[in-house]
Design a protein around this ligand. Structure first.
Ligand SMILES: Cc1cc2nc3c(=O)[nH]c(=O)nc-3n(C[C@H](O)[C@H](O)[C@H](O)COP(=O)(O)OP(=O)(O)OC[C@H]3O[C@@H](n4cnc5c(N)ncnc54)[C@H](O)[C@@H]3O)c2cc1C
Length: 398
C-alpha cells in the first residue's frame, strides 16, 4: 500500500494552495488530494456574482491548481475518518496512509429549523449548487433570499440583474449592521434597494412548507418561485469528532504554523488559526485567507517554518459596487464612519486600537487601513489620516 508523503483533504483554495506550496517546498511525494467535490478545483467567489447573473452558469477554474502536476486528485471522494495513531485516512472503506496531512474541508451552508425536508430551497456553496439555483432561476419570476450577509446580498443583486423580482428577508433590521455598524449597513441597504430589491428586515423565518411557502414571524406568508437560503455556514468537520483533534466551535484548532499536531495541519474555513500578528485565534471565512493559510500549512508539512500573520479580509461585489474589508473581524467597541467623495470608509477600534477598516470607493483608506491594523495603530490614526509606520521614510531619506 502506498504511503503518501502528503494527503490533502479538500479542493477549495486552502487545499489547492497547500498542495502547491508543499510541491514548491520540495516536500516528499507522492501527494494525494481527496475531495468530495465532483468538479476540478474552481473559484467560489464568482458563484454569487458574475456566474449567477445570466446565461448558462460558468465554472471559473482555480488557476492555482495548474501547478499541481503530479498530484493525484480524486474527485467525488468523501473522507469519513482520520486515524491519527495509524496515520491513515479512511475514504469509502479504503485506508490510505500518510506521512503528513492537511485538513481543508471548508464549510457548508447552515440550514434553518422549521424547513420541510422536501421544501424546494436552494443554497449556494458549490458549483453544483449554482447549477441548481440557475436552473430554478430560469423558470422563476420572483425570488426570496433569506439572509443579508455578503453572499445573500451578492446573490440577491445577481438574481435581480437576471430580471427576477427579489425580496431579501433578514433578522437584522439593516443588513449587516450588527457586524459592520449602522452606516455600513445603510450603504449595503442602498445598494440592494438601488437594484430594485425589496428588503424585509427584522423578521425571522418561522417555517418553510413544501414546496415554497415561507412563513415569517410577523404573520406574513410569501409564495416565491425561488427560495435561496443564505444564513451562514458551518465547518465541515463532524467526521473529525472523536479523532483526537481539538475542535473549537467545529473548527480544528491550529497554531500560527497551521499545525494541529506533528505532521497534521488544518487551513481555511475549517481551521481556528492563531494569527501571529493579532496574537490570538482569528476564525475567518475568506478566499484569500484560506489560500494564505493553505500555503503556510503546505510549507509546514514540507518542513519549512511558515507563519500566518497577515490581516484577513475580503472584497465583496454587490452588482458593480465593491466593498473592501480588512479586519481581525472578532469585534469592535467603537467605530467612525467617514464620508468620501462618492464613497465611504468605516474605521473600527477595540480598546483604543485600530482593528479594522471597511471601504467603498476609497482604496487609499483600504490600503492604509490594512497596514495600520497590522501595526496595531491607535484607533484615531485611521480617521485622522495617519500614514503607516515606515511609509515614505525611504523617500525622506532620499
Ligand atoms: C458563493 C460564495 C461567494 C464567496 N465570495 C467570496 C468573496 O467574494 N471573497 C471572499 O474572500 N470569500 C468569498 N467566499 C468565501 C470563500 O469562498 C471561502 O472562504 C473559501 O472557499 C474557503 O476555502 P476552504 O478551502 O477553507 O474551503 P472550501 O472552499 O469550502 O473547500 C472545502 C473543500 O473540502 C471538500 N470536503 C469537505 N469535506 C470533505 C470530506 N469529508 N472529504 C473530502 N472532501 C471534503 C469540499 O468538497 C471542498 O472541495 C464565498 C463563498 C461562496 C460560497
Amino acid at each position: 500500500m502506498t504511503t503518501y508523503g502528503l494527503i490533502v483533504i479538500g479542493s477549495g483554495p486552502a487545499g489547492v494552495a497547500a498542495a502547491a506550496s508543499y510541491l514548491e517546498a520540495d516536500g516528499e511525494g507522492p501527494v494525494l488530494l481527496l475531495t468530495a467535490d465532483e468538479h476540478p478545483p474552481y473559484e467560489r467567489p464568482p458563484l454569487s456574482k458574475e456566474s449567477l447573473r445570466g446565461g448558462e452558469p460558468e465554472l471559473t477554474p482555480n488557476a492555482s491548481a495548474d501547478g499541481l502536476d503530479g498530484v493525484e486528485i480524486r474527485l467525488g471522494t468523501t473522507v469519513d475518518a482520520v486515524d491519527l495513531d495509524a496515520r491513515a485516512v479512511r475514504a469509502g472503506g479504503e485506508e490510505i496512509p500518510f506521512a503528513s496531512l492537511v485538513l481543508a474541508p471548508g464549510a457548508h451552508p447552515r440550514v434553518l429549523d422549521g424547513v420541510d425536508a422536501d421544501a424546494e430551497v436552494r443554497v449556494l456553496r458549490t458549483y453544483a449548487d449554482l447549477e441548481r439555483l440557475a436552473e430554478s432561476a430560469g423558470h422563476a419570476r420572483t425570488a426570496l433570499v433569506v439572509g443579508s450577509g455578503f453572499i445573500g446580498c451578492e446573490a440577491a443583486v445577481s438574481l435581480a440583474l437576471r430580471g427576477l423580482d427579489v425580496t431579501v428577508v433578514s433578522s437584522e433590521a439593516t443588513p449587516q449592521a450588527d457586524r459592520l455598524g449602522e452606516r455600513a449597513g445603510a450603504l449595503v441597504e442602498d445598494l440592494l434597494v438601488g437594484h430594485g430589491i425589496t428588503l424585509r428586515g427584522g423578521v425571522q423565518i418561522s417555517g418553510i412548507r413544501a414546496p415554497r411557502t415561507v412563513h415569517l414571524d410577523d404573520g406574513t406568508t410569501l409564495e416565491p418561485d425561488l427560495v435561496l437560503l443564505a444564513v451562514g455556514v458551518e465547518p465541515s468537520t463532524s467526521w473529525l469528532e472523536g479523532s483526537g483533534l481539538q475542535l473549537h466551535e467545529g473548527r480544528v484548532v491550529v497554531d500560527e504554523h497551521l499545525r494541529a499536531e506533528d505532521g497534521v495541519f488544518a487551513a481555511g474555513d475549517a481551521a481556528r488559526t492563531h494569527n501571529a500578528t493579532a496574537g490570538r485565534p482569528i476564525p475567518v471565512e475568506h478566499w484569500f485567507d484560506a489560500e494564505t493559510m493553505g500555503s503556510v500549512a503546505g510549507a509546514g508539512a514540507a518542513g519549512q517554518d511558515a507563519t500566518w500573520d497577515s490581516v484577513p479580509g475580503f472584497w465583496s461585489q454587490i452588482g458593480e459596487h465593491w466593498l473592501k474589508y480588512a479586519a481581525w473581524g472578532d469585534g469592535h467597541d467603537e467605530l467612525e464612519a467617514v464620508e468620501r467623495p462618492g464613497g465611504l470608509t468605516v474605521w473600527y477600534g477595540r480598546e483604543g486600537t485600530l482593528v479594522g477598516v471597511l471601504t467603498y470607493n476609497a482604496d487609499d483608506d483600504y490600503e492604509r487601513g490594512e497596514q495600520l491594523v497590522a501595526q496595531a495603530a491607535p484607533f484615531a490614526a485611521g480617521p485622522r489620516g495617519d500614514q503607516p509606520e515606515g511609509e515614505g521614510e525611504e523617500d525622506e531619506e532620499g
